[in-house]
Design a protein around this ligand. Structure first.
Ligand code: PLP
Length: 353
C-alpha cells in the first residue's frame, strides 16, 4: 500500500533500500504474530526470512522449482552420470486431492509429476498415506522430492495433518511446503495457533494477507527456512546486475528527458552514446578506456548525489543513465550532467598530470 501511494520504484535494493528494509521488518512482525519458529525470522540472524510474492499460486510454483533444483543438484552430487532430464523424469511430488488447483498447475508449468493423494473422512491428508505413496514410488524408481500440505483447503477448509506429514518429509528428506493461503491469518489468534503445530517441519510456509488482513490482492507472504534455497536457483548475473543490483532496462516514462540527456552527451566531445536511445535508457561512456569509465563512476558514487549503473554490451563497458522518477524535470537532468562532468574533469585532468 505504501509503495503504491508513494510511487516507490523498488525493483532492487539500491533503488529504494527502505522498501526492502520495511519488507524484512514487516514480515518478521507478521511471523512473530504467528509465532513462527525462529528459523523463519530475519531477526534470528539465521538463514531464513520472509518475502512478499504476488500470489499463493506463484509461491507454490517458486517453492516447487527451487525444490526441484535442490533435488537435482543433490542427486548429481551423488551420481554425476545422471543428466537433468533423467532426474526430472523421475521426480514426483505430493499433495492431497483437496489442495488448491495451483499445486497441480505448478507441475504443469515446471514439467513435473504431481501425485494427488486421498484424504480421510475430514478431507485431511495423513502421514501414513504419504508414506505409503513415497514407498510405492521409490520401488518404481521414482524420486519423491516435494510435498505440499494445506491448512484450510479452498473447497472445504480442511486441514492436513502437518505434524505427521512433516515427520515423513524430515525422514525422507523432502522439501515441505505449507499452503495456509486462506487460514494462515487466523492463526494469529491464540485460540487458533494450534492449527500451525508442525509448521516447524516446513521448509517454506505461505499465507495471503489479501484474504483476511485487508490487504489488496495480490499479496502473499512467504517464509523460507533457508533463503539460499530460493536465491540460488533463481540467480542470474547479466552485466547490468554486476553490482548486486537489479534494474529495469525499459522505461515507458520521461522519454523526452532521456533525449535531453542524450543531447548533452552528444555535444561534449569527450563522451559518446553507445546505443541508439529509444525510450528512457541512455547508454553512454567516456571515449577513453574502460578503467577511466570505471574510475569516473567511482567518483560519481563517492559524491553520492546521483545513482548510475554500469554494464557491458558485448565487451564494451558502458554507463546507464535511466530516467524513472515521475517528478523528474529538466533541471534534474542538468544537475546529473553537471555531476558527471565534474567526475569526468577530475579523471581526465588527473590523466593529464
Ligand atoms: N491455496 C489456497 C488454500 C487457496 O484457498 C487459494 C485461493 O483461494 C490459493 C492457494 C490460490 O491463491 P492465489 O489466488 O493467491 O494464487
Amino acid at each position: 500500500m505504501l509503495s503504491g501511494a508513494f510511487g516507490i520504484i523498488g525493483f532492487s535494493w539500491s533503488a529504494c533500500p527502505v522498501s526492502t528494509d520495511l519488507e524484512i521488518i514487516m514480515l518478521d512482525w507478521l511471523g512473530k504474530m504467528l509465532q513462527l519458529p525462529q528459523d523463519f525470522l530475519f531477526s534470528s540472524n539465521g538463514k531464513g526470512g520472509g518475502v512478499i510474492q504476488g500470489s499463493a499460486s506463484e509461491s507454490t510454483l517458486l517453492a516447487l522449482i527451487c525444490a526441484r533444483e535442490k533435488a537435482i543438484s543433490s542427486f548429481q552430487a551423488i551420481d554425476k552420470g545422471w543428466s537433468r532430464s533423467m532426474i526430472m523424469n523421475k521426480l514426483v511430488y505430493y499433495a492431497s486431492t483437496e489442495a488448491h488447483s495451483s499445486v497441480e498447475k505448478a507441475g504443469l508449468l515446471s514439467g513435473l509429476t504431481c501425485h494427488l493423494l486421498p484424504t480421510d473422512a475430514a478431507f485431511s491428508l495423513e502421514g501414513d498415506v504419504l508414506q505409503a505413496a513415497i514407498d510405492k514410488d521409490r520401488t518404481q524408481g521414482k524420486i519423491p522430492f516435494f510435498v505440499v500440505g494445506t491448512l484450510g483447503s479452498t473447497n472445504s477448509c480442511a486441514f492436513d495433518n502437518i505434524e505427521k506429514l512433516g515427520e515423513v518429509c524430515k525422514k525422507e528428506n523432502l522439501w515441505f511446503h505449507i499452503d495456509a493461503a486462506y487460514a494462515g491469518a487466523a492463526c494469529i489468534c491464540p485460540e487458533f495457533r494450534y492449527l500451525l503445530n508442525g509448521v516447524e517441519y516446513a521448509d517454506s510456509f505461505i499465507l495471503c494477507p489479501s484474504k483476511w488482513m485487508l490487504v489488496n490482492y495480490d499479496c502473499c507472504a512467504m517464509w523460507i527456512k533457508d533463503r539460499e534455497d530460493i536465491v540460488k536457483p533463481c540467480y542470474i548475473t547479466p552485466a547490468y546486475l554486476n553490482e548486486d543490483v537489479q534494474e529495469q532496462t525499459v522505461d515507458y516514462r520521461h522519454i523526452s528527458l532521456a533525449h535531453e540527456f542524450e543531447n548533452l552527451v552528444r555535444n561534449d566531445h569527450r563522451f559518446e552514446i553507445a546505443l541508439p536511445v529509444v525510450l528512457g535508457v541512455v547508454c553512454f561512456r567516456l571515449k577513453g578506456s574502460d578503467t577511466q569509465n570505471e574510475e569516473m563512476l567511482r567518483v560519481i558514487r563517492e559524491r553520492g548525489n546521483i545513482a548510475l549503473k554500469s554494464s557491458r554490451i558485448r565487451s564494451l563497458y558502458i554507463i546507464r543513465f535511466v530516467v524513472c522518477g515521475k517528478d523528474t524535470e529538466s533541471e534534474d537532468i542538468l544537475f546529473a550532467w553537471r555531476e558527471i562532468c565534474l567526475a569526468a574533469n577530475k579523471i581526465l585532468n588527473s590523466k593529464d598530470e
